[in-house]
Design a protein around this ligand. Sequence first.
Ligand code: GRG
Length: 294
Amino acid sequence: MNLDSRLADYTRIVDRMLNQWLPKESAKPTTLHRAMRYSLFAGGKRLRPALCLAAAQACEIRRIADALPSACAVECVHTYSLIHDDLPCMDDDDLRRGRPTSHKVFGEGTAILAGDALLTAAFEILAKTRPTARYTVADFVSELARASGSRFLVGGQVADLEAEGKKSNTATLRFIHRGKTAAMIICSLKLGAMSANATPRALGILEEFGDHLGLAFQVIDDILDVTQSSEQLGKSAGKDAAAGKTTYPAVVGLKASKQEAARLTDKALATLSPLGERAGILRALAKKLLDRQS
Ligand code: GRG
């Protein structure tokens, strides 16, 4: 199995379905649909759809197409969160996925609404999923709603806003990262597994894997923010320190942060053991994320 070609396959099928399921640019109101597509097709890494499809394969899904509503839905929620995160009232950023941010191109009102519309489009798309013997469509919807709601994605963002300029400890940092980053990673894995009618035990394993991987991903994100250029990242580098954010490098230093990312990745890999060979893509993906440069 070649990981890069597998990831390219995932991106190709996800992009084809996103293009099919989202309103065309020519559909009214055209500015809104242009704005939604501008951010969605800006060249993100498509990590969450990849985790979703890889989890589905680790749970021996019969037809990968059955996991596509979930894979596309998580990418819509993720893209909405990035558009809103970049707004002047949040992180106030000019650059995202190598392009000017949505509000810079379309104005603040349209950017907010493009985010709102992507969030609701996610549920419209997810509703296309097929129920399996163990999971109803309502189970899928409930999983995504929980991860993207006040206890996790939005809740993590609020905790992040409230922590700005204050000295936070590692417990606060973990709460923020669990909500902002790990929850959507866990949700992507679980929805993929549910599409494959996975056992509750397999869901539990993937949840634990996603928790460690999500934290590792965020620690690496914090490290890249201080070690890479904006060109390399496709988003503004050095923003965390400038905004007085509590990050892993700020709390424990760069060297210890790198060790922590490696430790969390090892823990994530260890949780996959019961899934054996079937989890090969997930394993390779976790290792690749540890070495990522953007
Ligand atoms: C409800 C007003 C309102 C706002 C919510 C939830 C939220 C805004 C913001 C949280 C979004 C956020 C920035 C989470 C951090 C997770 C993270 C590291 C994102 C970057 O993910 P990548 O690197 O991005 O996978 P690409 O662009 O490659 O998809």
